[in-house]
Design a protein around this ligand. Structure first.
Ligand code: ATP
Ligand code: MG
Length: 532
């Protein structure tokens, strides 16, 4: 019996999943402390969960809301469509229009060329800081203006930057710092010293004061009876002592790690900027948005409330712009516009986390690589038996060079998305036996028009059609009906009662977009579902 096999499926026998080596790359910081995960991470997770994870299969009486609709929403997303204007839906959005135009202007890339492939993957790597930071101009200007003012007036102050993970806070601060130093040099101001601290790396929260002290003075000068905090407090309370010190820009990233039960360290740190002769420009960064609510009122009562700059989650258009910016240097087209758009839309609706968007793009490229390997292997097989000559294979490869199969398509991104945001519905469908998957595929085809239910007899006709097209021996109608009951028990189908089994009415209990999404990693189903 022919089987429908897809090498890329993450399913392995026994239902366990193959560990995904790239997945670890996207986790912001796995061991972040509770506050972080119970605040913004939880917010993010719950947003992802509510967006992508419907209630457990059996508990939901109504139809599951599909998180995958976007896969189908993608404008006329025919993954194998020929490249050209007809494949691109020119939308009113300027970002999307630019996306479509660049697709039409540039030649295709050649993912078989390792140099091109590695170059593109590198450009999409999170660690690759872009030379020009787009979509954060407003936030960066506010931070820069705050710092410039402090330097110009030699006035201490504090600023708190908050926003969800992957929204460019740390990256922006790095850029602002560089611009600030250049600006100070050009405008004749003394550039501040900079201390960039990642608070998560401190073994003790109060070590932060020791680090600051190390930066401005030699610790051995200090009387051992005095703590670094006391020394700093004394130093910036007396004119003579502080006058010799340069301004110090302290960038305290992952500030939430400094939170202790009484928040004393955090308060003392911010209060250092209010001492009469303080020379500190303190910038705290955290992704716990509610941290501001928790500690700002107290700081206000202590008269050291920082200015706040919030980094909002990236929108779909911003994600597209950032991805385009990273790919701008390449003189060829790498992604189908709809594929980039799908990635951006999904990530924006889940978390707006740029790390995730980058990971999904890289993962989609790996899907394309895997497709290419598959096609080369399938050419190799017959040649072993003398079926295809080297010349024929080369010719086929050459032809495919100019074929659409060279770009990263919607289906590649869809698979990458499913790895990044797995939902139990999709997992369940992907781990069903082959014939039950065919039944679901038949149901999707049957319910594509206005039809919302069908009899087992009608479903059987659609099922037989699909089996015939793949030469898979079909199950009998009684067996089909039993399989529908199993799918009913799993909450995927609803099966009514009737005098005759074949007259029982069947309805889908999951969104058809979820089925399409779950099955499109398998080429056979993908083709089948694309046919009208
Ligand atoms: N505007 C942007 N342009 C290009 N790349 C970006 C942009 N914003 C974020 N990125 C990418 O996303 C990665 C994560 O950004 P960043 O480290 O600044 O996030 P963060 O807001 O500090 O997240 P966290 O709260 O988890 O620390 C960056 O390393 C960069 O690769
Ligand atoms: Mg950060």
């Amino acid at each position: 019996m022919p089987t429908i096999v897809d090498r890329r499926s993450t399913r392995v026998s026994g239902g366990s999943k193959v560990a995904d080596p790239i997945a670890s790359e996207i986790e912001p910081t796995p061991q972040k402390r509770k506050l972080r995960s119970s605040s913004s991470s939880t917010t993010e997770d719950s947003r992802i969960t509510s967006d992508l994870t419907p209630s457990p299969l059996k508990s939901s009486p109504s139809k599951w809301k599909s998180p995958r609709r976007c896969v189908n929403d993608s404008p006329k997303s025919t993954p194998n469509a020929n490249r050209g204007a007809k494949a691109v839906n020119l939308s009113k959005s300027p970002v999307k229009r630019r996306l479509s135009e660049s697709f039409l202007e540039k030649p295709m890339w050649n993912p078989r060329d390792m140099e091109q492939l590695n170059g593109v993957k590198e450009a999409l790597h999170v660690s690759r800081a872009p030379s020009n930071l787009v979509c954060r101009e407003v936030e960066n200007n506010r931070i820069l203006e705050f710092c410039k003012q402090a330097v110009e007036q030699e006035k201490a102050g504090s600023l708190y930057i908050c926003g969800c993970p992957g929204t460019g806070k740390s990256l922006s601060m790095e850029k602002v710092n560089k611009v600030l130093v250049n600006w100070a040099e050009e405008s004749g101001f003394q550039a501040p010293d900079t201390l960039s601290l990642n608070c998560s790396s401190l073994s003790n929260t109060s070590d932060v004061f020791g680090k600051i002290l190390d930066k401005i003075t030699l610790r051995r000068k200090i009387n051992t009876c005095t703590s670094p905090l006391q020394y700093l407090q004394k130093m910036f309370s007396e004119k003579q002592q502080s006058a010799v010190t340069k301004m110090l820009l302290i960038v305290a990233d992952e500030l939430d790690y400094l939170i202790t039960k009484d928040r004393a360290v955090l308060h003392e740190l911010f209060m250092l900027t209010t001492l009469p002769f303080s020379r500190f420009i303190l910038i705290g960064i955290a992704n716990a948005i509610d941290l501001a609510d928790k500690f700002l009122p107290k700081l206000q009562s202590l008269n050291c409330k920082p200015a706040v700059v919030t980094f909002r989650a990236y929108s779909k258009d911003q994600i597209i712009s950032i991805l385009q910016q990273r790919l701008k240097a390449f003189p060829y087209t790498i992604f189908q516009p709809q594929a980039l758009e799908l990635c951006a839309r999904k990530v924006a609706s889940a978390s707006g986390d740029m790390r995730k968007a980058l990971w999904i793009c890289r993962s989609a490229i790996e899907m394309l690589e895997s497709d290419i390997r598959d096609s080369i292997n399938s050419l190799d097989l017959p040649s072993l038996h003398g079926g295809v000559s080297d010349q024929q294979r080369d010719c086929a490869c050459d032809k495919s060079l100019i074929h659409e199969s060279n770009v990263v398509r919607v289906d590649h991104v869809a698979i990458a998305l499913s790895k990044a945001y797995r939902s139990p519905v999709v997992d369940t469908i992907q781990s069903l036996p082959q014939h039950q998957q065919i039944i679901l595929c038949s149901a999707v085809k049957l319910f594509r028009g206005k039809k919302k239910d069908a009899t087992i007899g009608e479903l059987n006709i659609s099922y037989l059609d699909i089996c015939k097209s793949t030469s898979i021996p079909p199950a009998g109608i009684m067996e089909l009906s039993n399989m529908c009951r199993v799918l009913g028990d799993q909450g995927i189908l609803k099966l009514g009662k009737a005098r005759e089994e074949k007259l029982s009415r069947v309805t889908l209990k999951v969104d058809e977009a979820d089925i399409t999404f779950a099955l499109q990693g398998i080429r056979f189903f993908r083709n089948c579902l694309q046919q009208s």
